[in-house]
Design a protein around this ligand. Structure first.
Ligand SMILES: [Mn+2]
Length: 283
């Protein structure tokens, strides 16, 4: 079954439509994946989320997308732990008539998808994680997002004291889920110094400019290595990065560059330049 994987769409609905026209994708039998970050930056996050819901309804398991850090921002805004005025491109999702359905849809998305063809994630992995570890950890996050504790899971930093209505031990219990979510949705470089081994480094530039102690997560000899590739997005400054074992697909659509897709079976690449209107601010 041919599988087409689209990189980070970021609310660029017109660009997405243009890319879909380029893909020899057969909705009757092919699979369509995206690397997450459906929302923010571009001006039609609502349109992209509605499109994803529709694909999910029509294609079932042949459509897959994972939660990215901007999708987490959206959930945090919906939960009231982030100020949506700082992320104006997310506001229309919160104000949409079908906002509740769209937020529920995002909460119900996986954070990792493992098939015979590939492991799909948004950002990165720790070298100590095997594929089985990733699956177990991802499942716990997904269960957490479906539970009433989901607002704590999507909150950045330490859960705030305002949530003292939730018992401390529950907060502590979420530490592993919060770490899993952070790595899967935000990792780019990991520290290689012995005393800080594998800590995430806050760096989003190109790998050639990374601090000397920081290396891309996929350069470690990770336990996650397997016959099938890990497919991810998130790192626009890395650009399209195709190897046999790892495929990075964020080619900077939301930075005014291109939206890319790859067909997993033969690594054929499909690309379109961003449609400028997608990045125009709307009133
Ligand atoms: Mn991202």
């Amino acid at each position: 079954m041919p599988t087409y994987v689209i990189g980070d769409i970021h609310g660029c609905r017109r660009t997405l439509e243009r890319l879909l026209q380029e893909l020899p994708f057969d909705p009757a039998c092919d699979a369509l994946w995206t690397t997450g970050d459906l929302v923010n930056r571009g001006n039609d996050s609502v349109g992209v989320l509605r499109w994803a819901r529709e694909q999910s309804d029509q294609l079932g398991d042949r459509f897959r997308t994972v939660i990215g850090n901007h999708d987490v921002h959206l959930l945090a805004c919906a939960a009231g732990s982030q100020d949506p005025s700082r992320r104006p491109a997310l506001r229309p999702v919160l104000d949409a008539p079908d906002s509740a359905e769209l937020i529920d849809f995002v909460r119900g998305l996986p954070v990792a998808v493992s098939t015979r063809a590939a492991l799909l994630i948004h950002a990165g992995l720790l070298p100590t994680w095997s594929r089985a570890t990733v699956a177990t950890r991802a499942r716990r996050v997904e269960e957490g997002l479906q539970s009433e504790l989901w607002p704590l899971l999507v909150q950045r930093g330490s859960p705030s004291r305002e949530r003292a209505d939730v018992a401390d031990d529950l907060v502590v219990d979420l530490q592993e889920e919060r770490q899993t979510l952070a790595v899967l949705t935000r990792a780019r470089c990991l520290d290689q110094r012995d005393d800080r081994l594998h800590e995430m480094v806050d760096f989003s530039g190109p790998p050639s400019e990374a601090p000397p102690h920081a290396v891309p997560w996929f350069t470690f000899d990770g336990k996650w290595r397997d016959d099938s590739p890990v497919v991810f997005g998130h790192w626009a400054a890395l650009g399209l990065h195709l190897q046999d074992t790892v495929m990075g697909l964020d080619s900077g659509c939301s930075w005014g560059h291109r939206l890319s897709a790859v067909r997993l079976e033969d690594q054929r690449v499909f690309q379109v330049p961003v449609v400028p209107r997608d990045l125009e601010r709307t009133a």
